[in-house]
Design a binder for this molecule. Structure first.
Ligand code: B12
Length: 229
């Protein structure tokens, strides 16, 4: 557990965010490893690293980082998740339906989607990743096949909104709409949610993964069915 008044530990955690923002892979992974060995809460460590990833995004927007830096950042973040998964020995619950996720048709952005997947896995969720530029038929097929209660749609370009809407409309036509909650993420907002007919919109994988867990629990009516949370 985190000791709130431990000044050294506080500094180390702030340094983790800083190191992530600087894309300093060795330091990030060392700090996470040390934190885990000292019993720091693993989700706190993920949150610190995620805050650093936000900084990477800001620096990109300011023109100080380039595309390759975003990709390096996503790789380092995946390394953080892998360390946490290894140390906490989180195993997916086999009999629970997975969270389905994919970047919708016409869109190939997947850095944020992959981070979302890493965070979901770090919480013990099984994830069914459909990849990028995914046609609506593949989402429908996955919902039917897995019986999943959470459908996550990622989209960062405006044309993705039409694809999201078509997926929700198709769920309705096929009589599946009430069985699955649709969560959209990426470059989305309340207006996009309303246009597409999705249930929720999220622009942050920490909040998004928490939301997915809540939905799974609400659908299952059993605490902890799908995730070790
Ligand atoms: C990297 C990037 C690319 C890379 C993508 C590489 C890859 N493998 O993903 C490349 C170079 C390929 C690319 C291509 C294009 N891009 Co681009 N790209 C970006 C950029 C710079 C960063 C996106 C990113 O990865 N951010 C970092 C991640 C971590 O953030 P994130 O995706 O938002 O994810 C977070 C949350 O949103 C959330 N999340 C994400 N998905 C989901 C899903 C769910 C369910 C949940 C809960 C949460 C969640 O979790 C993440 C972590 O918290 C953005 C600009 C920007 N600032 O966003 C433009 C941007 C998205 N691209 C843009 C454009 C226009 C294009 C192109 C059309 C360019 C072109 N003319 O060819 C093509 C599109 C091709 C296509 N068909 O998709 C525009 C979109 C504008 C618009 N409104 O339509 C943007 C906004 C740039 C701009 N300002 O103009 N792009």
């Amino acid at each position: 557990m985190v000791v709130k008044n431990n000044v050294e530990e506080f500094k180390a955690r702030r340094f983790l965010t800083y190191a992530m923002g600087k894309l300093d892979e060795d330091t990030v992974l060392n700090l996470v490893q040390q934190g885990l060995e000292q019993g720091v809460d693993s989700f706190q460590l993920i949150e610190e690293a995620r805050a650093g990833m936000e900084k990477v995004g800001e620096l990109y927007d300011e023109g100080k980082y380039f595309l390759c830096d975003l990709i390096v950042g996503a790789d380092i973040f995946t390394g953080v998740i892998n360390l946490v998964l290894k140390s906490t020995n989180v195993e997916p619950v086999k009999d629970a339906p997975p969270v389905i996720i994919g970047t919708v048709s016409g869109d190939i952005h997947d850095i944020g989607k992959n981070i979302m997947i890493s965070v979901l896995k770090s919480k013990g969720c099984q994830v069914y990743d459909l990849g990028v530029d995914v046609p609506k038929e593949a989402f429908l097929e996955a919902v039917k096949k897995t019986g999943s209660t959470v459908l996550c749609l990622s989209g960062l370009i405006t044309t993705a909104y039409e694809s999201m809407k078509k997926i929700v409309d198709s769920l309705e036509k096929e009589g599946l709409r009430s069985k699955v909650s649709v969560v959209i993420g990426g470059l989305v907002n309340e207006a996009v949610k309303n246009y597409t007919g999705a249930d929720y919109w999220v622009t942050d994988c920490a909040k998004g993964s928490d939301l997915c867990m809540q939905i799974i629990h609400a659908h299952s009516g059993r605490q902890g069915l799908a995730c070790l949370y």
